[in-house]
Design a protein around this ligand. Structure first.
Ligand code: DGT
Ligand code: CA
Ligand code: CA
Ligand code: ZN
Length: 573
C-alpha cells in the first residue's frame, strides 16, 4: 500500500466524520495525518516493517493513528472505516467528493433533499432546488454543476506526483525481473506534464513472456487488459493504466523517442525527416529501407542534426526554433535551488514548528527559508494578526543565530482582500524580509475585478511575489478569470516576482505561463508552500514545471544566494 493510498483513506475517514458532524478536532487530526503521510518521502510500509522504528515519529501521527495505519498495512482494510462506510450510502460518498461541496454541504443536501447520487445532484441543480437550502445560493448551484463536470473529467488523469510514486514503485518491482535488460518510462510522465493519462513503459527483454509475467505479478495490478506478442496493458489499483512495450535493442532509442512524444513534437520531427529524404518511426530512422539510427535517442536526433531535447521541452512550442538558432536553454536543475520562499509553520495551518521547518530545509541543502504564514483574513487557516506576526518574527530573530549558515526569512502570505487592497498595512509589510500576496477569497469575481486586485498587489512596494497567481487546483478547480498578460506586464514594471507554486495540485504558474513570464523579464520563484517538513520535497515538482517552461537557473530567483536575492529585493523597494 503506497503512502498516497493510506493518505486517501485517512482523508476519507475525515470526510465521513465530518459528514456525521463529528468533533472538528478529531476531523482535523485525520486531515493533518493524511497530509503528513501524503508528503512523507519514505514508504510507511518500510517503517512499519522495521522493528526498530515507529510510525509515531512522523509529524501528526499519534499512537492511535499509528495503530490504525499498521492495521491498514497488515490487512489492507480498517474496521473503523468499514463501520463508517456502513452508515453512509456508497453513492453519497461520490457527492462529498464533488469539488466545491465537501462533507458538510453534502450532508445538508442528502438530509434535506434526499439526494443520493451524482445524477440526482445534477438534477437537483437543474431544478434549482439547491439554492433553496439554507446557506446555499444560485452561485453555489452553478459551481456544483461545474464541479460535477470536473469530477467526471478528473477521474481519468492522475497528478504527475501520484504517477511518479506509482512509477517508482513499479520500477522497483521490475528491477528484480532478470529478463529485463533495460527499462524506461516514456509518454507524458517522462515529459513531466502536470497530469498523466497513462504510463508508457519500454523494455528490452531477454524473455518476453517472463517479462510480462513479472508485470502481471506486480501487487498493484488489478486487471490485465491485453497481452499480445510485444505489448501488454494492465490497470492498477489507482485506476492508472500501464502500457508495456517490449522493443528490440536496435530500436530502443527510436521507440523511446516515439513514445515519449509529444505527438505534436513527433509530427514536426517526421516532417523534418521527410524533407531530408529520411523516414522516422518507432523502429528507427531509415534511408530508403536501410536502418541508419535507432539504438539511442541521441543517435535518432543526430541524424536530423538536432540536439537530444530534454523530454520536458518536447511539446512543439519553441524547441525547434531554439535548436535551429543553436540556443537551446540550459534548463534549471533541482540542485540549482538555494532557498524556499513559501512555507507554513504551526503558527497558522502548518504542522511543524519554525525550527523543525528550518532544520529540514537545511538538511535538504538549502541556505534560506521564508516562513510565510497566513494573514488574519484566512481565519480557517488560523491566520495571524499584526501582534502575533510580530511575535513570530521576534522568535525568528532569536532562532537565526543558532542556525549557522542558514537563514529563516521573516515572511508573510498576505491575503489580497475581496474589495481590493491587502490584509496588512504597508508599515507592517515594510518590516518583513519577504512578502507573498495571494488571492484566497472572492475567486468568483469578474476578470476585471480579479485582474485589478492582482495588479494593485503587484504595485505594492513591499510585495515580493504573487503566490499561486492563477489559483488553479488540478482536478478540483479551474483557475480564476484573469488577464495574465496585464499582470505580468505590471510585475515587470514594478519589479515583482511571480511564484511557481510547486505543490503537485497547483503547479501555478504553469509551464506556459512561466514561459510568458520569462518573456516579460519577470523572475520566477519556485516555492513549495509546504505545511509539513516533507512538503519541502515538492520542490522537485516545481523544477520539472519550470523546465517545461524553458526556464534556466538565471530565470529563477531562488537559485540566487541570499545576498543576491536581497539585492534584487532592495531594487524594488
Ligand atoms: P497521456 O498518456 O494522455 O498523459 O499523454 P501521452 O503523451 O503519454 O500520450 P499516449 O500515452 O497516448 O502516447 C504516448 C506517446 O506515444 C505520445 O506522446 C506520442 C506517441 N503516440 C501515441 N499515439 C500516437 C499517434 O497516433 N501518432 C503519433 N505521432 N504519436 C503517437
Ligand atoms: Ca501516456
Ligand atoms: Ca499510452
Ligand atoms: Zn501558502
Amino acid at each position: 500500500m503506497t503512502n498516497a493510498e493510506i493518505a486517501n483513506i485517512l482523508d476519507q475517514i475525515a470526510d465521513l466524520l465530518e459528514f456525521q458532524d463529528a468533533n472538528p478536532f478529531r476531523v482535523r487530526a485525520y486531515r493533518n495525518a493524511a497530509r503528513s503521510v501524503r508528503d512523507y518521502s519514505e514508504p510507511l510500509s518500510r517503517i512499519a516493517a522495521d522493528p526498530d522504528r515507529t510510525l509515531t515519529d512522523i509529524a501528526g501521527i499519534g499512537k492511535d493513528l499509528a495503530e490504525k495505519i499498521t492495521t491498514l498495512l497488515q490487512t489492507g482494510s480498517l474496521p473503523m472505516l468499514q463501520e463508517l462506510l456502513a452508515e453512509v450510502p456508497e453513492s453519497v460518498l461520490a457527492i462529498m467528493r464533488v469539488p466545491g461541496l465537501g462533507p458538510k454541504r453534502a450532508a445538508a443536501i442528502y438530509r434535506e433533499l434526499g439526494v443520493k447520487s451524482l445524477e440526482e445532484l445534477a438534477e437537483a441543480c437543474r431544478q434549482q432546488r439547491i439554492r433553496e437550502l439554507k446557506g446555499f445560493g444560485a452561485k453555489t448551484e452553478e459551481s456544483i454543476l461545474q464541479g460535477l463536470d470536473i469530477a467526471m473529467e478528473a477521474g481519468k488523469r492522475l497528478l504527475w506526483a501520484q504517477a511518479d510514486q506509482i512509477a517508482q514503485a513499479l520500477r522497483a518491482h521490475l528491477a528484480s525481473c532478470v529478463s529485463i535488460r533495460q527499462m524506461e518510462f516514456a509518454g507524458s510522465y517522462r515529459r513531466g506534464k502536470d497530469t498523466v493519462g497513462d504510463l508508457d513503459l519500454l523494455v528490452i527483454a531477454g524473455e518476453v513472456g517472463e517479462t510480462m509475467d513479472c508485470l502481471g505479478a506486480y501487487e498493484g495490478v488489478r486487471q490485465v487488459l491485453l497481452r499480445g506478442p510485444t505489448k501488454m496493458s494492465v490497470r492498477l489499483a489507482e485506476g492508472l493504466q500501464v502500457d508495456l512495450r517490449v522493443v528490440p535493442a536496435e530500436s530502443f532509442g527510436a521507440a523511446l523517442q516515439y513514445f515519449t512524444g509529444s505527438k505534436e513534437h513527433n509530427v514536426v520531427l517526421r516532417s523534418m525527416a521527410r524533407s531530408r529524404g529520411l523516414k522516422v518511426n518507432e523502429y528507427g530512422v531509415f534511408r530508403d529501407e536501410e536502418l541508419i539510427a535507432g539504438r539511442t535517442e541521441e543517435e535518432v536526433y543526430a541524424t536530423l542534426e538536432l540536439p537530444c531535447f530534454p523530454p520536458e521541452l518536447r511539446e512543439a512550442r519553441q524547441e525547434f526554433d531554439w535548436a535551429a538558432a543553436g540556443r537551446l536553454p540550459e534548463l534549471i536543475e533541482l540542485g540549482d535551488i538555494r532557498g524556499d520562499l513559501h512555507a507554513h509553520s504551526d503558527w497558522s495551518d502548518g504542522i511543524a514548528t519554525i525550527e523543525e521547518m528550518a532544520d529540514a530545509a537545511k538538511a535538504r541543502g538549502l541556505k534560506y527559508l521564508a516562513i510565510t504564514d497566513h494573514s488574519k483574513r484566512a481565519t480557517i487557516a488560523n491566520g495571524l494578526d499584526a501582534a502575533r506576526l510580530r511575535r513570530q518574527w521576534a522568535e525568528i530573530d532569536q532562532l537565526n543565530p543558532r542556525l549557522k549558515g542558514f537563514t529563516v526569512l521573516k515572511g508573510v502570505e498576505v491575503d489580497i482582500l475581496e474589495r481590493g487592497g491587502l490584509d496588512f498595512d504597508d508599515k507592517l509589510l515594510a518590516e518583513a524580509d519577504w512578502v507573498v500576496a495571494s488571492v484566497h477569497f472572492g475567486q468568483n469575481q469578474s476578470r476585471d475585478q480579479i485582474t485589478r486586485r492582482l495588479i494593485d498587489a503587484v504595485k505594492n512596494p513591499y510585495v515580493s511575489a504573487i503566490a499561486h497567481p492563477t489559483g488553479r487546483l488540478l482536478g478540483e478547480r479551474k483557475s480564476y478569470e484573469i488577464d495574465l498578460d496585464a499582470v505580468l506586464k505590471a510585475a515587470h514594471d514594478h519589479g515583482t516576482m511571480m511564484e511557481l507554486n510547486a505543490h503537485p495540485k497547483r503547479l501555478d504558474l504553469d509551464d506556459v505561463a512561466c514561459a510568458a513570464a520569462k518573456n516579460y523579464g519577470v523572475p520566477i520563484v519556485v516555492s513549495t508552500d509546504s505545511h509539513t517538513i516533507d512538503g519541502l520535497a515538492a520542490m522537485r515538482y516545481g523544477v520539472v514545471q519550470a523546465r517545461r517552461g524553458g526556464l534556466t537557473k538565471a530565470d529563477v530567483a531562488n537559485t540566487r544566494t541570499l545576498a543576491q536575492l536581497q539585492k534584487l529585493l532592495r531594487k524594488k523597494r
